[in-house]
Each structure stands twice: as C-alpha cells, then as structure tokens.
Design a protein around this ligand. Sequence first.
Ligand code: 5GP
Ligand code: ZN
Length: 123
Amino acid sequence: MDCLFCKIINKEIPAEIIYEDDQVIAFNDINPQAPMHALVIPRKHIPTTNEIPDEDTALVGHMVQVAAKIAKQNGYDESGYRTVFNCNTHGGQTVYHIHLHVLAGKPLGWPPYFDESLKQPVA
Ligand code: 5GP
Ligand code: ZN
C-alpha cells in the first residue's frame, strides 16, 4: 500500500518517533506549526475519520490518551494543547491515514480560518 504513514510505521521512512506501543506510534511533524507538533497515528491503516469501524472506537480513544500523555511529558498539560483530526479536503487532510495532531507551546488561534486572505471566519 502506498501510504506515507504506513511507511513510517514500517520504518521504511525515517521519523522522530517519540512514543510507540502495540496500537499506535507518535512522531514529530516534519513541518511544525507550534513549538510542539506531534502526530499520533494508529498502526492500522484507516484512511479518514469517516471510516472508523465500531471495533476501533477504543483505538481512537487510546490515540487521545496518548496525545495527552505526550503533552504532559513535554510539560504542556497545564498550559494546554490542541488535538485535531483533519478530514478530507475542507478539513485540510493531506495524508490519508488518520492522525491526531498534538500542538502546544504557544497560544493557539481560534476559530480556524478557511479563507486566509480574509482572515475572517467564513460561514
Ligand atoms: P494533514 O494535513 O493530513 O492533517 O496532516 C499531515 C501532516 O503530516 C502535516 O502536518 C505534515 O507536515 C505532516 N507530514 C507530511 N509528510 C511528513 C513526513 O514525511 N514526515 C513527518 N514527520 N510528517 C509529515
Ligand atoms: Zn497507512
């Protein structure tokens, strides 16, 4: 399967792995958008959050717990952090193997803007 994140799981492509267990791995994003920007991914290939089967709800919960663990290990549990799943085009998804972004280390803007040129929320 030609999936970038499966290749990282299989160690065919290098990554700065910061956590791994039998269900998930986490590594630093190659293009960080905050002082800490990690991605938590399941070892199982699931293309988008639209395709999470009922039997994998605990897996996705585990991804969120791992994100919290990583944030805490880096000292960001109190100051706070953001976890994000992007889905499909309007969600900004570019890699079609689900991944939970974990961002921390600076105040993160809210709401997100679809139209960067307007810098205004677009309905
Ligand atoms: P998405 O846009 O799909 O939500 O997020 C994909 C993320 O994967 C992006 O933040 C991007 O910087 C990151 N990424 C893409 N290719 C690589 C890679 O080869 N290695 C690592 N570590 N991150 C990558
Ligand atoms: Zn994959």
